[in-house]
Write a protein that binds this ligand. Sequence first.
Ligand code: 9WN
Length: 442
Amino acid sequence: MAVEEQLNRLVADARAVLQANDLGGSTKPAPDLYPHQWFWDSCFITIGISRYDTFRACREIRSLLRGQWHNGLIPQIIFNARGTGYFPGPDVWQTERSPNAPKDVATSGITQPPVLATAVLSIWNNAGQADRDEVTAFLREIYPRIRLYHEFLYTERDPDETGLAVVVHPWESGLDNSPPYLDAGERVHLTYKPKYTRLDTLHVEAKYRPTNKNYDLFVWLLEQMRAVDWDQREYLKHATLQVEDVIFNSILCRANGDLARIAEIVGADPSQARAWREKTAKAINDRLWSEEDGMYFSYDRVAGKLLRDETIAGFLTLYGGVAPESRAQRLVEVHLRNPKEFWPEGGYPVPTTALDESRWFNPENYWLGPVWINMNWMLIHGLVDSGHPELGAWLTTKTLELIERHGFHEYFNPYSGEGYGTDSFGWSAALTIDLISAMEHR
Ligand code: 9WN
């Protein structure tokens, strides 16, 4: 089959996945496992959809913003009233306890990585000339809301005013059971064993998902935040898990750059977004770099130390445009392209946990090793932007090969490419569309 034809078919299949997951206004990440709207999923999905349907992409963002809290928080989940089979649901979160929660829509009480400004800018970048004015008006309308979200991160989530947003729940990081979170989580003393029934393992075999012990931590932390009625400042005073997360903050850096660009488009002042970007980039370099390891790590604010587990996280500084050239070079040459760490010979880069991180690595389990398409997508951008365009192009080819051979799964074995978790996974489909469209525009 001609390559062109193969790529066209892949795009058509990806669009069919996004069609099937359409909730009418927003897109669920997966048919059964994730029946609601998720924050960063929706952003990645918007990026893909913006390549072929500008106004559906706008609707996706509007739906997300319906869930925004008065203090600016964009929640990790906006519940779909007809969605069933997901734990924890609105009855567990009880976010109505907070005066900040929106009244007419049920949401969770935590956030997720801030891809929002980047997703919104992609709509504008990808819109046809005929739609530009309407999209500019849309940007003008929602710009204050995106800015409010960034403000929330810098006021309510940066207690030391370092420029680094603090993540307080593994689900906020988006990489729920990634080693740094299990590591920080081991130091959290669960004062009781929470009572709950998992539903995820009805959809996906337990060996591919976080453990029950991980879920105890997830639910216990949720209950601690609920106990202070989702009051962010109050909670942070005593929070037992607090991570200055390198991925979250790298994404924030890029998003600040994109927010500044949106400000320019709508005729607002971009200087605050630029200042935020600089502050966060500097803080990542000052606080999260380990010269000894030649790697960036997240920082455990409770234990007061770097979480030096070897995961994909440090490479995301390339996506954030944060790493100076010499550091970027070390990241790529010493670690990323190392077949013992992140470049499996004959397999598929990039595993989310290093192959030689023997304490944690597992090629089948969630964020403990498998390849995820959103991570590769961000890394491709990071590689291109940091002066490694050939490597970026090569990673694009391998990522599309993975999808073509194994389908739109949630995550993949870095050796064999076998797909795990749910199939018909939204961002796997959406980012495939974006990668192929970007190739065509080169
Ligand atoms: C909790 C929806 C989400 C993703 C996360 C991924 C997984 C949820 C879960 O699914 O997390 O947010 O229930 O396991 O880890 O990144 O946003 O696709």
